[in-house]
Write a protein that binds this ligand. Structure first.
Ligand SMILES: N[C@@H](CCC(=O)N[C@@H](CS)C(=O)NCC(=O)O)C(=O)O
Length: 197
């Protein structure tokens, strides 16, 4: 969401929600009263509607502020950008957030190294597939053409996470190149995900 806001030059009033550690504010009663899922991102609109789920929020931002567009123009390209975004958000990221690691570590015999190995497994398997999908259709600097779309907005943070897990991005040449083009843009570089303290 932060990358999409930055690409569009939109400003919002921000409240920092922490997601790591026992005292994570995302798990507190106050935040849950707002977002029962206890997850970020969450966006409260001017009329007081709470929007959740990053892809829904990015599409909402694209509708209220169409420039620059975050979905490609052609129908097939739009569906492709959405499918790459979902392949990452639903099939990779969903298996990795703090609540998954916390739950795994609560099980007998599972410690930090097992959780790191779990994370590396799902990122590797997921990005292998995403690399093949992208390689089949890529014609420009980003996932679709020469303009960043919803697909790059989801892909870039996942590459930052993959590197933090010690995975070598060059095993996914298209993804590594796209991540480099994203990082060259301040909207991406300044809004890369933060690591646990
Ligand atoms: N499908 C959701 C995932 C949201 C999500 O898992 N967000 C993470 C931060 S990137 C979170 O709030 N994690 C808190 C936790 O796992 O306890 C989306 O795309 O917005």
């Amino acid at each position: 969401m932060r990358i999409a806001l930055a690409l569009k030059g939109l400003k919002v009033e921000e409240e920092r929600i922490t997601i790591f550690g026992d005292d994570a504010t995302s798990r507190g009663a106050e935040f849950r009263a707002l977002n029962p899922q206890g997850l970020v991102p969450a966006l409260l609109t001017e009329s007081g509607v709470l929007l959740t789920q990053s892809l829904a929020i990015v599409e909402y931002l694209d509708e209220i502020a169409p420039e620059p567009p975050l979905l490609p123009e052609a129908h097939e390209d739009r569906a492709f950008a959405r499918s790459v975004a979902l392949a990452i958000a639903a099939e990779i990221h969903a298996l990795l957030p703090p609540r998954i690691g916390n739950r795994l570590r609560s099980l007998p015999g599972i410690g930090a190294e097992e959780v790191a190995s779990w994370n590396r497994h799902w990122v590797t398997e997921g990005l292998n597939a995403v690399e093949t999908l992208i390689a089949r259709r890529r014609t420009g600097r980003f996932v679709v053409g020469d303009r960043p779309s919803i697909a790059d907005i989801v892909l870039f943070p996942q590459t930052v996470g993959a590197a933090r897990l010690g995975l070598d991005l060059t095993q996914w040449p298209n993804i590594a190149e796209i991540a480099g083009h994203c990082r060259a843009l301040p909207a991406f570089a300044e809004n890369a995900p933060v690591s646990p303290k």
